[in-house]
Design a protein around this ligand. Structure first.
Ligand code: FES
Ligand SMILES: [Fe+2]
Length: 397
């Protein structure tokens, strides 16, 4: 499947200047994404064509790619530049020794690669994502925070934990005072795109008979979320506002207007809700105008563990340059997600998810009947994901 799909490999701000290089690796393949002099990005196989050493093991600027073994060297446009002891390689003179390439495409600042020359163009693959994200302009955003951690569960199992909201009732009970968990909306489009739309700033249906007022929602939200402006206790809802419209207004001021953009026509939903999109198979960008979460999952290093990455995209100031991209902070085995201060309680939410996942993996392997049961509606994205994967796995080529 992997060689046939468009993989999210890097963000534009990771390689702003010519020569800047990102090493992207997945399921045994290794790629050099290199910014070219004309501003485009190309992706070269990160393998020396002499005796196979990886050319680079980390991202960073490059003037050329010199193999650390014997010194075969390629230019940043992938052409062979230098061969030490060239007299010994007369047979290579007539041969194309350029580094093999993958296709590259960019969408809203995300750079994708595809190894399959016959795969559909990215516009078709992502459809209808572009329509949905037109207002949200993630190309105006940059990686403000980026955290990765290895989870002892298959990458699909990890990603599926982020495809529905209804596990909140048991896994994240602290979210219920301000989260539409069991009344989130689910959509699927075509083969590759689906969505959970989880409203925030409203009571969970599980709490609706308990007589809570709007101030209770705000008080709980301030304690519970890392994706809201001025998340501190003591916030009082002003006259004429609901909890939801008040939180939306605070977000509008901090995440849009303070950066020089006009927030007047942005809806409350775009300011507070979780528009959790997935692009098959492992790329999950959030929509809206509050800091956008982006997930990516990969097998790491094999099918029983996954690297889960979470980014928070910040919007660049309207009249300022693109801020520098944050580098990935790799959490060790014993560092919980909650050690990351910058995202407030979001880290704690991830830690709650991770409490389940290794045991989901172990449980699935130990299963007596080998069968999982999915809810008809709330787990429709998981079903969609597997239907698409089955189509790819059934392909002849
Ligand atoms: S393996 Fe790269 S130069 Fe020999
Ligand atoms: Fe969760």
């Amino acid at each position: 499947m992997w060689p046939a799909i468009w993989q999210f490999a890097a963000r534009q701000e990771e390689l702003p200047e010519p020569g800047d290089t990102v090493v992207y690796e997945n399921v045994g393949k290794s790629w050099l994404l290199v910014r070219q002099d004309d501003g485009s990005v190309r992706a070269f196989a990160n393998v020396c064509l002499h005796r196979g050493r990886k050319l680079r093991t980390s991202s960073g600027p490059a003037e050329e790619f010199e193999c650390p073994f014997h010194g075969f060297t390629w230019a940043t446009d992938g052409s062979l530049k230098r061969v030490p002891c060239q007299w010994d390689f007369p047979h290579l003179m007539q041969k194309d020794m350029s580094l093999p390439e993958a296709r590259v495409a960019e969408w809203q600042g995300f750079i994708f690669i595809n190894e399959d020359g016959k795969a559909p163009p990215i516009e078709e693959y992502l459809s209808p994502l572009d329509e949905h994200f037109k207002r949200w302009r993630l190309d105006e955003c940059y990686t403000a925070l980026w955290v990765g951690k290895v989870i002892h569960a298959n990458w699909k199992c990890v990603s599926e934990a982020f495809m529905e909201a209804w596990h909140s009732i048991i896994t994240h009970p602290q979210l219920l005072p301000f989260t539409a968990d069991a009344n989130s909306k689910y959509n699927v489009w075509g083969d590759h795109v689906n969505l959970t739309l989880t409203p925030f700033g409203v009571l969970s249906p599980h709490l609706q008979d308990q007589g809570h007022d709007e101030q209770f929602i705000v008080d709980s939200f301030a304690r519970g979320s890392g994706r809201t402006a001025q998340a501190n206790e003591g916030m009082q809802i002003p006259e004429g506002h609901t909890a939801r419209s008040y939180i939306a207004e605070l977000n509008r001021q901090q995440f849009v207007e303070a950066l020089g953009y006009d927030g007047a026509d942005l809806s409350d939903s775009e300011m507070v809700d979780a528009f959790t999109y997935n692009v098959f198979p492992n790329f999950s960008p959030w929509g809206g105008f509050a800091p956008n979460v982006v997930y990516r999952w990969r097998p790491w290093p094999d099918h029983r563990s996954a690297l889960m990455e979470v980014r928070l995209l910040g919007r660049k100031p309207k009249d300022g340059p693109m801020p520098e991209a944050a580098e990935m902070r790799f959490l060790s085995e014993d560092e919980p997600w909650d050690t990351v201060q910058e995202w407030g309680q979001l880290g704690y939410v991830f830690d709650q998810d991770m409490e389940n996942l290794p045991y989901v993996q172990e449980g699935m392997e130990a299963s007596a009947n080998g069968v999982l049961e999915l809810g008809n509606y709330q787990e429709s994205r998981i079903r969609h994901f597997h239907q698409t994967m089955d189509k790819y796995l059934a392909r002849e080529d």
